[in-house]
Design a protein around this ligand. Structure first.
Ligand code: PLP
Length: 412
């Protein structure tokens, strides 16, 4: 019999399936609001001007070769990536307590962190079982990543369908009732898929519980700059936790979205330890895992980002680029909100459409029912996931009126 006869067919990935269906659709007004990638006002992928300039510099640099990077990646990239998320004056960095390793974008950072935790986190003092608490809902890949590493993902309450906002009571209740020293995954900013983030005050209350319970914070930071348009402002939660000193934490960092380097796979894992001695041991073990898995990370994208982070003119340009993307998205929120509220007076889940304005980052949770979503996809040829998450980046001045019209019809 054939060798692979007993291999069962796996279900297709929902997001990539949605893109394929969109591509195959011949309808003129079709819209793709599924994929989490930035698009310009003509619905096209956008190469950031800062990235274009950095690429040009690299292509003309005769000293750039194609040798292997070291196991932990390009040193100037990881150092400046740590500075970007932790801040220029981070005590953790100056005290030598941060281990930074270059990874295969944010997914690779999540994976490396998961494998590291599975092997080295002291689970016996955290209830005895390998578990990570993840928000309900969360990025679809989190469950698969932790399951693959032998860590059981457990949901904590996060999104409240009634308010189309944060279930703060449920969230903090779960933090309090979990065994001491549990591992909680937190979205650093621009929560995917809901676009619902805690306020600064709420982050303060959350970090107090982490301190009291000895919990470990597993930050996933895939959208720094996308939430507010400011790279510093979007690092608030991470920096606040790091400043508490006694919260064990790590950060998975991606440059896919904020540098538009999706396919180049540029990311980093930063583990903040309590001492310099621990930092060295952590680095040695991350190197062992990385060596067996990918040997060493890819060079090109890391060189691009490193140039941008270390050259004044490119840095300024990049800050403008990030702001430009965030502002276009925020503008689309305003336009969609105003069309639904003022033009169509569309009945809204929870009484109004203000959640579209309040939600942050690339995504918005509209709060529609699966039946309404089905109508939008089938009748409107507007592609979105069944949970009514839309990528705001898929909206533009040419299609927003049409999208509002179809949402209005679906909601009546
Ligand atoms: N984490 C979250 C919450 C995400 O939304 C994404 C991408 O959509 C990622 C991580 C990882 O993306 P990448 O591997 O492309 O950096």
């Amino acid at each position: 019999s054939a060798t692979w006869e007993s291999v069962p067919q796996a279900p297709p990935d929902v997001i990539f399936q949605l893109t394929a269906a969109y591509k195959a659709d011949k309808y003129e007004k079709k819209v793709n609001l599924g994929v989490g990638a930035y698009r310009d006002n003509d619905g096209k992928p956008w190469v950031l001007p800062s990235v274009k300039k950095a690429q040009a510099i690299l292509l003309n640099d005769d000293t750039v070769d194609h040798e292997y990077l070291s196991i932990t990646g390009l040193p100037e990239f990881v150092a400046s990536a740590a500075k970007l998320i932790l801040g220029k004056d981070s005590a953790a960095t100056s005290e030598g307590r941060v281990t930074s390793v270059q990874t295969i974008s944010g997914t690779g950072a999540n994976h490396l962190a998961a494998v590291f935790l599975a092997r080295f986190y002291d689970w016996s003092r955290a209830g005895g079982e390998k578990k990570i608490y993840i928000s309900n809902p969360t990025w679809a890949n989190h469950k698969a990543i932790f399951n693959a590493a032998g860590i059981e993902p457990v949901d904590y309450p996060y999104y409240d369908a009634k308010t189309v906002g944060l279930d703060f009571e449920g969230f903090t209740g779960a933090l309090k009732s979990a065994p001491n020293r549990s591992v909680f995954l937190l979205h650093a900013c621009a929560h995917n898929p809901t676009g619902v983030d805690p306020t600064k005050e709420q982050w303060g209350a959350i970090s107090d519980i982490f301190l009291a319970k000895g919990h470990m914070a597993f930050f996933d930071c895939a959208y720094q700059g996308f939430a507010s348009g400011s790279l510093d402002a979007d690092a608030f939660a991470v920096r606040h936790f790091v400043a508490q000193k006694n919260i064990p934490l790590l950060i998975c960092q991606s440059f896919a979205k904020n540098a538009g380097l999706y396919g180049e796979r540029v990311g980093a894992l930063h583990v903040v330890s309590a001492s310099k001695k621990q930092e060295a041991a952590v680095k040695s073990q991350l190197s062992v895992i990385q060596r067996a898995e990918i040997s060493n990370p890819p060079a090109f994208g890391a060189r691009v980002v490193s140039l941008i982070l270390n050259d004044n003119a490119l840095w300024e340009q990049w800050n403008k680029d990030v702001k430009f993307m965030a502002e276009r998205i925020i503008d689309m929120r305003k336009q969609l909100h105003s069309l639904l509220t003022e033009k169509h007076k569309t009945p809204a889940p929870g009484g109004n459409w203000d959640h579209i304005l309040k939600q942050i980052g690339m995504f918005s949770y509209l709060g529609l029912t699966p039946k309404q979503v089905k109508y939008i996809v089938d009748e409107g040829h507007i592609y979105m996931t069944g949970n009514s998450r839309i990528s705001m980046a898929g909206l533009n001045t040419h299609n927003v009126a049409y999208v509002a019209e179809v949402i209005d019809k679906a909601a009546r």
